[in-house]
Design a protein around this ligand. Structure first.
Ligand SMILES: Cc1cc2nc3c(=O)[nH]c(=O)nc-3n(C[C@H](O)[C@H](O)[C@H](O)COP(=O)(O)O)c2cc1C
Length: 147
């Protein structure tokens, strides 16, 4: 059994819901998962010991929130080369964040990213059956690629 970290930031709960559903999908794939707000990840030690990482954050002002930018600098300090990765986020109209996180993980950290790409869900979809399924399937895909 492999162990994954799902780290996320969320102001109003939509990306948090996605994180919870993705974590369920990872569990369904038979892997262990730890779910953490990025505010709880204080230093490199909190990021070590995982076989894969899924990071998520919403889009505000066509950008990542500041705490996610700071977190991505922190995450750069640990070696994640070749580790399994995925990224997600919720949005209403432009939705840049999920792809920005995904690109950083792929091109800066040189991680082995899930074939599905970033999971970017409009906020009105997050709390629907379709949203639940999309997130769980994403978590399963990450877990299966790891196995
Ligand atoms: C002030 C403000 C600015 C926003 N800017 C954007 C934006 O530029 N692009 C976009 O797609 N969504 C934008 N949104 C919508 C949020 O991304 C959306 O509500 C998202 O679901 C919030 O996620 P959270 O609940 O995890 O914080 C904005 C929302 C607010 C309140």
């Amino acid at each position: 059994m492999k162990k994954l970290l799902v780290g996320y930031v969320s102001r109003t709960g939509n990306t948090q819901k996605m994180a919870e559903f993705i974590a369920e999908g990872i569990r369904f794939s038979g892997n262990d998962v730890v779910l953490k707000k990025i505010a709880e990840i204080k230093d490199e030690k909190d990021l070590e010991g995982y076989d894969g990482y899924v990071f998520g954050g919403p889009t505000y002002h066509r950008d990542l929130v500041g705490s996610m930018k700071t977190f991505l600098f922190l995450a750069q300090k640990i070696n994640m080369v070749g580790k399994m990765g995925g990224a997600f986020g919720s949005y209403t109209h432009s939705g840049e964040s999920a792809q920005m996180i995904f690109d950083t993980m792929e091109h800066v950290y040189k991680m082995d990213m899930v074939d599905l790409g970033a999971l970017n869900l409009k906020e009105h979809v997050v709390n629907t059956e379709e949203g639940l399924r999309a997130c769980q399937d994403y978590g399963k895909a990450v877990g299966q690629k790891l196995a």
